[in-house]
Design a protein around this ligand. Structure first.
Ligand code: ZN
Ligand code: MN
Length: 491
């Protein structure tokens, strides 16, 4: 960022709560169905149809709120947000306004700037104030299609109408695009971790918007802000914010106006462009939804949800560092997602070697997961099987290169370590008498070298080790070979 300037960025995230049915009716939430197949009078907005709140929305909403450090409010009120759009058949969205479901959260994220090659320079904790997470229904989708020079058609698909959302709004706390990037990733993992949302940006069940303005350092007033929308990935979001910061600084310095508007990220040209002007700001004429009671959530309910929640990733990371003596970087990577973290912990516990287990999980296991596109819980190799391999390596029964080869086969086939080691004939010979026989053969057939070694040519020791390893087809335990050779060669 240009010296003397700072960016002011606030984030809004819409996360689809992972319920089986919609927020105010019993229609299924599913993607890819026949258009308008998952609809009923309620989500079609037919006159006289009445909404009924889905209890599971409260459960998942509470999980999301707790995972983000928000306070679930004792009373929240649904409100009508009035606007007209073809994918909103009622003419209003049921949302929440001045009494949201949860509020006043402090979330500690880890964040770092990135160098030119994209590597984090220094991870530091940062507190983000989350103003609120309210509950609301999603709208449907307008689908536009048509052939050039032929009639164009627009369709309305209401399958998505009434899908439950949590809208998470921060204060304008972010000063760089990477802070916003790290925040969205943090929220995404937290929601997935507690099962509140699939939080998959590609599938559209996590959508984020960034409000970006810039000002001279030391100024306290805000300049006009631009809302960035329709960001399809966290990386595009980061690029869009970065572009916007530079664009706005340049405009201010040239005394050109920065319009209050909504802009999109144009992936092809690597720039933002105007979607619509915000000057005619909507008056949504919010008022309390008369068809729904105020939502009361008791402290008991919240405590009950809390008790059933898994250990949160940051707590788990700190525990891994403490209990298993892992570095911050290793522990952070291990809690990248929940099934991965739990997989690691099982391997660490069974192998009783948390450090070696971490090396395997972050090394070979991660490599195989990445190249197969699998998650830890989809791996054919169970944590128990990987632990057995770690134990075998630790005991020196096979060497590291053999272990890697064994693991590749385990991962591809799901076979246990012992079976693959046997099939590959990798079991090391540690049996002293078998190695003694080989050593004796080697000594008997190398008279000249034996004499030279005994005459003081120490360098020949390596020759004998090589001969024994060759005769054993690489299976002799090198440590046992060394011991026996030293003893025998003394003569
Ligand atoms: Zn419905
Ligand atoms: Mn919203």
């Amino acid at each position: 960022m240009k010296e003397g300037w700072e960016a002011v960025i606030g984030m809004e995230i819409h996360a689809q709560l992972a319920t089986a049915t919609k927020i105010f009716c019993g229609c299924a939430v599913e993607t890819g169905g026949e258009p308008n197949s998952n609809t009923c009078p309620v989500c079609l907005g037919l006159p006289g149809a009445l909404p009924v709140l889905n209890e599971n929305v409260i459960e998942l909403g509470a999980r999301a709120a707790l995972a983000l450090g928000l306070e679930v409010q004792g009373t929240s009120i649904f409100a009508r947000k009035n606007y007209f759009y073809p994918d909103l058949p009622k003419g209003y969205q049921i949302s929440q306004y001045d009494k949201p479901f949860s509020a006043n959260g402090t979330l500690t994220i880890m964040t770092s700037e990135r160098d030119a090659s994209g590597h984090a320079t220094e991870w530091k904790p940062m507190n983000i104030h989350i103003q609120r997470m309210h509950l609301e229904e999603d709208a449907g989708k307008n689908v536009h299609e048509g052939l050039p020079d032929v009639d164009k058609y627009s369709y309305v698909d209401l399958n998505r109408a009434g899908t439950p959302l949590g809208e998470i709004v921060t204060s304008p706390d972010f000063r760089t695009s990477w802070q916003a990037y790290d925040y969205v990733n943090h929220v995404r993992r937290a929601l997935q971790w507690v099962g509140a949302s699939d939080a998959d940006m590609e599938k559209g069940n996590l959508r984020c918007e960034a409000n970006v303005s810039v000002r001279k350092i030391g100024e306290t007033d805000f300049n006009n802000k631009v809302e960035l929308k329709n960001l399809n990935s966290v990386r595009f979001m980061q690029k869009a914010i970065e572009f916007e910061i530079e664009r706005q600084i340049a405009a201010h310095e040239a005394d050109e106006p920065v319009a209050q508007e909504t802009r999109l990220w144009d992936e092809k040209n690597n720039q933002t462009r105007v979607m619509r002007s915000k000057e005619d700001a909507h008056d949504y004429r919010y008022f309390p939804e008369p068809d729904l009671q105020p939502l009361k959530v008791t402290p008991d309910f919240v405590e009950n949800v809390k008790a059933r929640m898994p250990e949160l990733p940051d707590v788990m990371r700190d525990r891994f560092m403490e209990t298993y003596q892992l570095s911050y970087s290793d522990a952070s990577q291990l809690v990248g997602d929940r099934s991965f973290a739990e997989y690691y912990e099982t391997v660490a516990r069974i192998s009783a070697n948390p450090k070696l287990a971490a090396n395997w999980i972050l090394g070979e296991f991660t490599r195989e997961l990445n190249s197969s596109g699998k998650t830890a819980d989809e791996s054919l190799t169970t944590a128990e099987d990987l632990a057995e391999l770690v134990i075998t390596v630790e005991a020196g029964k096979i060497n590291n290169n053999q272990a890697k080869e064994v693991f590749a086969e385990m991962f591809a086939t799901g076979k246990p370590a012992a079976k693959v080691i046997e099939e590959k004939g990798f079991e090391q010979i540690s049996d002293t008498s078998a190695i003694e026989r080989i050593v004796d053969d080697v000594i008997a057939s190398s008279e000249a070298n034996v004499a030279a070694y005994r005459g003081g040519n120490d360098k020949l020791f390596g020759f004998f080790v090589g001969q024994v390893m060759k005769a054993s087809q690489g299976k002799a335990n090198p440590k046992v070979v060394n011991d026996i050779l030293r003893h025998r060669l003394v003569g």
